[in-house]
Ligand binder design. Structure first.
Ligand SMILES: [Zn+2]
Length: 192
């Protein structure tokens, strides 16, 4: 059973606090889909502290999750790491209630300040995805070196991507971009 899982039966009698350090395997599995950009550091401390209660049939989750992630700077391509401390605030409606409330709307736009609303099904609810999503929200969309490493970032950038290389990359990019179009044109001409 996932360490992130809670049982509805337990919640019905009293709120549940999940205060734990996830096992390496569970962490890696949880963040696997994002490993191209951010790799969770399973050696560094990772801490989840959630307070979970029932409000009618809705599950209300609040708390924090903190951990360390590795990434490559998008500019100098050096390996960097960042610590994330995210607040987790989610209200989980039953699937039926969620459909009644939000049915038809493809996606609800929520401000970051708003509590996030999602749904659950069954007697056993996995809070892993809620923790993961809250942490991903804190990670940068365009990961770069932190400001204090800016000088090193600039130096590495210039070293790896000199003017010449940059020119070649740009030419290459243009070539790649036009390549599929060239193919299509040629095929069409042959057919005609
Ligand atoms: Zn950098």
């Amino acid at each position: 059973m996932s360490q992130f899982e809670i049982q509805l039966d337990d919640l019905e009698s009293s709120p549940v606090e999940l205060d734990f350090a996830p096992e390496t395997e569970q962490l890696e599995e949880l963040f696997e889909a994002f490993a191209d950009e951010f790799v969770v550091d399973s050696e560094a401390p990772f801490h989840v502290d959630l307070y979970v209660m029932l409000d009618g049939t809705s599950i209300v989750v609040s708390g924090r999750a903190s951990g360390t992630f590795h990434y490559k700077c998008g500019r100098c391509l050096q390996d960097r790491e960042t610590e994330v401390d995210a607040s987790v605030n989610v209200t989980m409606l039953t699937a039926d209630e969620y459909r009644e409330t939000y049915g038809g709307e493809e996606e609800i736009s929520l401000d970051e300040e708003d509590l996030e609303t999602t749904w659950y099904e069954g007697q056993s609810v996995d809070l892993g995805p809620q923790v993961r999503d809250a942490m991903l929200m804190e990670l940068p969309a365009w990961p770069q070196c932190p400001d204090e490493l800016r000088d090193s970032c600039d130096a590495a950038y210039e070293e790896h991507v000199g003017d010449e290389t940059l020119d070649r990359l740009e030419e290459h990019e243009v070539d790649l971009r036009w390549w599929p179009l060239k193919d299509i044109d040629l095929e069409e001409e042959e057919e005609n």
